[in-house]
Design a protein around this ligand. Structure first.
Ligand SMILES: Cc1ncc(COP(=O)(O)O)c(C=O)c1O
Length: 461
């Protein structure tokens, strides 16, 4: 059910919501409000279509001498190109895998082959455990030292002085999150990459939580590895890893012998989830179309050099149809803005819309008796956080709150969401962690108001 709503942003919220069929559901007579994005976002219809189209027509293994196999090869190449536009890297630096955790275990094993006693790695107290445990375990295997960067308890930001003091000439790797999936803090990743490189260490960035909220620009970050999961930004359940070409070529992955040493495939184990890879291109195209609409809404005249002729249907007839159908805004003018340019525009619109939701949510939450917000709550510092909120309310467990909200059709989460080191450090783990409210660009001001009204009602009874 599209919600007519105006915000100061150029985000076409009515169009955006109309793309996601699941948003129309109701629970106990209430419209479903999906404030559970950090656990996994909803998908636009075109992602569902791309997946079923692949299974209907192109379903095959790779590398065969016949049409459906060739179409599969072409489809995967197109998805790599889409992710390269999304991340701002080159297509042969894009590795597909089942999820971020599996990819991180694979890279940690390959990196660890070169590490020896006396070497050090750095992890943070703020990170999801998928960017901690793989490193702790390889450190144990290789007998190397693990250093922990601590957090400022009062606002759940990284203690940068502490982090900098723990990077030295022995440091081999700095593993950091781009944004916290529990409290929403956005870390100064570019600065941390610089600190790592100055010491001769590699920088491994977990961008899983950041990806639906902010533009990833690998060319600007200069990180060595970056990992994300498409199911957190409107795509299917898959993980994607960027690795600098020099590292992907130099390192030795554990792999089977028939898989050659050619990148990126030597990093991909076994047969991948082809239908989901087909959905990845569609999810990137959704974001690009959101950006194109936002450029139109803003009435920004695009400079000539940003306009490229409408491309030929890319690879197979089927894929061409899918991507042409997706670009109706651009078709009218006969030109299509470059996909990366459109993605940049999408994230500007997403940022502005989510910022409006965040302002309203935090202002309302602060008025609820007994409620504590963990993380940055000062609007003057909202550029340091995304719209993911961790709260607790006196005398109500996070599970009780999530259950009562769920009964009212409002989907939130309770617990630690695998940010276990943080919940233990803040001593909330034993009492149920946090209630997490995740705001995403398809959420509306009305949904935020419903959440606030429901919480007020729950605490007053
Ligand atoms: C910040 C962060 N990192 C890593 C992960 C793990 O991702 P995956 O489920 O793709 O392994 C998650 C999942 O919630 C996450 O939020």
């Amino acid at each position: 059910m599209p919600t007519a709503e105006t915000t100061a942003s150029a985000l076409d919220i009515t169009w955006a919501r109309s793309q996601f069929p699941s948003l129309a559901q109701t629970v106990n007579g209430h419209p479903a409000a999906f404030l559970d994005g950090p656990g996994g976002t909803q998908v636009p219809q075109r992602v569902i279509d791309a997946i079923s189209h692949y299974l209907r027509r192109d379903n095959a293994n790779t590398g065969g001498a016949y049409s459906t196999s060739r179409q599969t090869d072409a489809m995967i190449a197109e998805a790599r190109a889409a992710m390269a536009d999304f991340l701002h890297c080159t297509a042969d630096e894009v590795i597909f895998g089942p999820n971020m955790t599996t990819l991180t275990y694979a890279i940690s094993r390959a990196l660890g082959r070169d590490w020896k006693s006396g070497d050090e790695i750095l992890v943070t107290r703020l990170d999801h455990d998928a960017n901690v445990s793989p490193w702790l375990q390889i450190a144990e295997d290789r007998g190397i030292t693990v250093r922990w960067a601590e957090v400022h308890d009062e606002d759940c930001t990284l203690d940068m002085a502490d982090l900098a003091s723990k990077i030295n000439a022995k440091t081999k790797l700095v593993a950091i999150g781009y944004a916290s999936n529990a409290v929403g803090t956005i870390n100064p990743v570019k600065e941390i990459v610089r600190l790592a490189h100055n010491a001769g260490a590699l920088a491994y960035v977990d961008a899983v939580h950041y990806a639906p909220h902010g533009l990833i620009d690998i060319a600007a970050l200069d990180c060595d590895f970056l990992v994300c999961s498409t199911y957190k930004f409107f795509g299917p359940h898959m993980g994607v890893l960027f690795g600098k070409r020099e590292h992907l070529k130099r390192l030795h992955p554990y792999k089977v012998r028939p898989n050659t040493n050619a990148i990126p495939n030597c990093w991909e184990w076994g047969t991948l989830n082809h239908e989901c890879i087909a959905g990845i291109t569609a999810c990137v195209e959704y974001l690009a179309d959101l950006g194109r609409r936002s450029l139109e809404l803003n009435k920004i005249a695009q400079p000539k050099e940003m306009r490229v002729p409408h491309p030929e249907p890319a690879l197979s007839e089927a894929e061409g149809r899918l991507s042409l159908g997706a670009n109706d805004a651009a078709d009218a003018s006969g030109f299509k803005s470059d996909r990366r340019t459109a993605i940049v525009a999408a994230y500007e619109a997403i940022h502005e819309h989510e910022r409006a939701l965040l302002d309203r949510a935090i202002a309302g939450l602060k008025k609820i008796p007994g409620l504590k917000i963990y993380g940055i709550a000062d609007p003057a510092r909202f550029d340091e956080r995304c719209a993911t909120l961790a709260v607790r309310i006196d005398n109500h467990s996070p599970l009780e709150l999530a259950t009562k909200l769920g009964d009212r059709g409002i989907f939130t989460w309770d617990g630690n969401y695998y940010a276990l080191n943080l919940t233990e450090h803040l001593d909330v783990e034993k009492s149920g962690g946090f209630l997490r409210i995740g705001l995403i660009h398809y959420n509306t001001v009305e949904e935020v108001d419903r959440l606030l009204a429901a919480l007020r009602e729950i605490v007053s009874t």
